[in-house]
Design a protein around this ligand. Structure first.
Ligand code: CDP
Length: 227
């Protein structure tokens, strides 16, 4: 069967990665979480004291970009690929609210985007890929056969992320999570380089009132029309 490229974009915590993983498993495709790559660069910047609440040494980060190696390794127990930064699994470190608090500032930097987009395009060369992010249908794979744009209300999204962080044992408040979701929406949508916008040919899905199963089936139907 011919393989296609599936691009899933949308605001933070819209459940893009959940449905992307389901699709990839169902279709036998590769799943790539592009946000994890921006998060890994952010974690690197934090570890090297290039970014904190009071400063961001952008030029230092840019000067070190050639020392950042991001790879994915499939974890058969989880059923998806985990992200590695310079050979170390950083899945746990990159998902915290602290990293979420810095990641949109790091993702605004054109040099960072250029580096990661190149790697993402390489991963998609043979198609058979589901990638989620902010600029996948617009910049990374403008020719993707299927483009989905996911939305849900900020409160729905913040609540989902809040529950997710609690279940991982992170002590957070709902209000802080909501604030982070709204702040990232704003920065991601208003940055100069590759802002989050719906591609002209993307299909918008508001999943505020859809169960995971309904959402999956809806998108799978769309995939079938493209195969
Ligand atoms: O999962 P969540 O919705 O929290 O976000 P993510 O997909 O992990 O992405 C984290 C951040 O990385 C976003 O808020 C964007 O600032 C940035 N990002 C981006 O700029 N471009 C992408 N293709 C993916 C993520």
């Amino acid at each position: 069967m011919n393989k296609i490229t599936i691009a899933i974009d949308g605001f933070s915590s819209t459940g893009k990665s959940t449905v992307a993983k389901q699709l990839a498993n169902h279709l036998g495709y590769i799943y790539v979480d592009s946000g994890a790559m921006y998060r890994a660069v952010t974690w690197y910047a934090m570890q090297h004291h290039f970014i904190s609440n009071t400063y961001f040494h952008v030029q230092d980060l840019i000067a070190h970009l050639d020392q950042i190696d991001i790879t994915f390794t499939f974890n058969p127990n989880l059923g998806y690929a985990e992200v590695y930064l310079n050979g170390k699994n950083v899945e746990k470190q990159i998902r915290t609210l602290e990293v979420s608090g810095f990641v949109s500032q790091v993702a605004e930097i054109s040099e960072v985007r250029e580096l990661l987009v190149k790697q993402q395009q390489k991963m998609g060369e043979s198609k058979g890929i589901v990638m989620d992010g902010r600029d996948i249908g617009t910049v990374v794979f403008p020719n993707a056969e299927l483009k989905i744009f996911m939305t849900a209300s900020p409160e729905t999204r913040a609540n989902r992320r809040y529950q997710e962080l609690l279940s991982k044992g992170e002590q957070v408040s709902y209000n802080k999570v909501l604030h982070n979701v709204q702040e990232r929406d704003y920065i991601d949508s208003n940055r100069k380089d590759s802002p989050l916008v719906k591609a002209k040919d993307a299909i918008e899905i508001d999943n505020s009132n859809l169960s995971l199963e309904e959402q999956f089936n809806k998108i799978l139907q769309l995939v079938k029309t493209k195969l």
